[in-house]
Design a protein around this ligand. Structure first.
Ligand code: FES
Length: 576
């Protein structure tokens, strides 16, 4: 432990418990109501544990047990644990999309921390949006913070085959729609997909964001790769509980740890992992809360010089359990050491280099050597052009290489309902060379920017064996998904972006090596169409969704709320 910078009377929680006044008496009395006397809590760091457990978050089903292990660690180190339930945001069950609620969890978590007598914070997250939301909150509050990642679930398994969440569901569902497998086989596959607690075990958004949290320095070294049900995960939880107490005494806050270099490191690791396209949006939002500006061009510059070395689905072959056995994130970062700024600080009080010292790689086929990468540059590329003036994203490693340069006629769908109603119409004028375009699915248009970006292949093409096409939308795609899907087009259609002006038959040029996406119509024609265009009526006039639509930023700005993204810190609450 580093030298103590704080005395008990300096603790933030002292304002609640310490003064000789009626409020303090009341706070102490209510702690006794829970069975804790002054001996239990007086002068001890109060550690808020933000637990995103619920019965609708299937990825966090082990959090009831893990929170007890974190509490044990806090007690062992001389702290006082306070569990605070927070919105759980289970990716699969929450509709229309958890992305609509990422900012709500970020706001809830920030206010939970602010309004309670807390000196340090343990964040329990993992399922997709929970990690960025909790980090956004913690970076805004800037109290000592440690992140306990849920960890991935075990490999899926069916009929001798290893299955990856999301990725293989989508693959087999395409086979089901093409009539290649029957309902009974599909049900057997379902039975083998989700075998334990933990997050999706491909390099989807959850695994990407947990790895990013570790790279930013907010977990114990190696924490993000441990499978959820491995006993080492329980040990990590208890150790995190012990460490946060020391961090409070050391007064080690996010602002002492984060820098532009730590976000560059996170982007480099994201690229080397072949991480989820969603990471772009989340990293921009998280960096914004730390007062650090990240933009899409920075991602692309890093992508061009960072090879993908993690051979993990959906870009590669293996799963997160294999990644752990291969050496995990510590192994990967040690291999990338010359690309990273290893002098960046972490919650250990040491550097990133301290955390990866001694790391080994046991399976070169999973974490590949730099001179034999899975892909010669990063997993994600940023495209621009008259169809996406503020940029868009493609996971090039998950796209069929034959589409990396492509020109084809647009087949346009005005919203998801239109897509749903017509995609399998036998009369739809579509071929393998067509470019499927989905409008009005962005942050405001959907609303919430759902993961609809892997537009389904029309059934009549599936039956001919087609499994990939060029698809363009202003929404996102699950990190577990694959295909030539151009996502996050900004500005979105509902905000008046050129995507709203595309019509059936317009020719679209895609050139990934040149980072170009072009709608091949004249400026005059585009201007004429714009004159005729109106946004679609927005059906949400009240409640959170109305607030969201008024304040959400576009994808290239991170989709945070404009009023949360920057500005002076919110004052501490008065305690009267
Ligand atoms: Fe929770 Fe995929 S559904 S991580």
């Amino acid at each position: 432990m580093a030298p103590r910078k704080k005395k008990p009377d300096d603790l933030r929680s002292h304002r609640w418990y310490g003064p000789n006044d009626v409020r303090s008496v009341s706070h102490r009395a209510r702690s006794r109501q829970l069975g804790f006397s002054g001996e239990d809590f007086a002068g001890k760091p109060k550690i808020g544990i933000l637990n995103t457990w619920s019965e609708m978050n299937t990825c966090h089903s082990h959090f009831k047990q893990r929170v007890e292990e974190i509490k044990r660690g806090v007690w062992e180190a001389g702290g006082f644990p306070i569990e605070l339930p927070a919105m759980s945001l289970g990716e699969i069950m929450v509709k229309p999309t958890t992305m609509l609620y990422r900012n709500l969890l970020a706001m809830e978590a920030e206010e939970l921390i602010r309004s309670h007598p807390i000196d340090g914070v343990v964040l329990m997250g993992g399922c997709d949006k929970t990690t960025p939301a909790l980090l956004m909150a913690a970076f805004s509050m800037d109290l000592p913070t440690i992140y306990v990642p849920a960890g991935p679930m075990l490999r899926g398994f069916w009929a001798g085959e290893t299955l990856g969440s999301g990725t293989d569901v989508l693959r087999y569902w395409a086979d089901r729609r093409a009539g290649l497998i029957d309902d009974e086989t599909m049900e057997n596959i379902v039975g083998g997909l989700s075998r334990s607690a933990g997050t999706c075990m491909v390099m989807g958004t959850a695994a990407t964001m947990m790895s990013i949290a570790e790279t930013l320095g907010f977990t114990l070294p190696g924490a993000s790769s441990i499978p959820a049900v491995d006993s080492n995960h329980a040990l990590m939880a208890a150790a995190s509980g012990r460490r946060i107490v020391d961090m409070v005494w050391e007064d080690l806050k996010p602002s002492d740890i984060l820098s532009e270099a730590s976000f560059d490191n996170a982007t480099i690791v994201d690229m080397a992992l072949g991480g989820s396209t969603n990471a772009m949006i989340h990293l921009i939002a998280v960096a914004g809360r730390a007062g650090i500006k990240l933009d899409l061009d920075r991602f692309d510059a890093i992508s061009r010089k960072t090879p993908v070395i993690a051979d993990i689905k959906p870009s590669g072959k293996y799963l997160m359990e294999d990644f752990y056995y291969a050496g995990g994130l510590r192994g990967l970062m040690s291999r990338l050491k010359d690309h990273l700024d290893v002098t960046c600080m972490t919650i250990t009080g040491g550097t990133l280099e301290d955390g990866i010292n001694g790391a080994e790689i046991y399976l070169d086929e999973v974490i590949r050597p730099l001179d034999n990468p899975l892909y010669h540059e990063g997993g994600t590329a940023i495209l621009r052009g008259n169809l996406a003036p503020d940029g868009c994203v493609i996971k090039q490693t998950a796209a069929d290489p034959k589409f990396h340069k492509h020109r084809g006629p647009a087949v346009v769908f005005a919203g998801y309902q239109d897509l749903h109603d017509r995609i399998d119409d036998p009369d739809l004028n579509v071929s393998e060379d067509s470019v499927l375009v989905l409008q009005y699915a962005g942050p405001i248009g959907a609303p919430g920017m759902p993961e609809w970006g892997m537009l389904p292949i029309p059934k009549k093409l599936l039956e001919k064996g087609v499994r990939d096409m060029v698809r363009i939308s202003d929404c996102r795609m699950s990190g577990t998904a694959y295909g030539t899907c151009i996502l996050h087009v900004a500005p979105e259609a509902q905000a008046g972006g050129p995507l709203a002006l595309v019509r059936d038959g317009d020719m679209i040029d895609l050139n990934i090596p040149e980072r170009r996406l072009h709608l091949d119509i004249s400026e005059e024609e585009l201007a004429a169409r714009r004159q005729d265009w109106k946004p679609r009526p927005f059906p949400y006039q009240r409640g959170y969704t109305a607030l969201y639509a008024q304040h959400v930023t576009q994808a290239d700005k991170g989709c945070d709320f404009d009023f949360l993204h920057a500005g002076a810190p919110t004052p501490e609450p008065p305690i009267f």
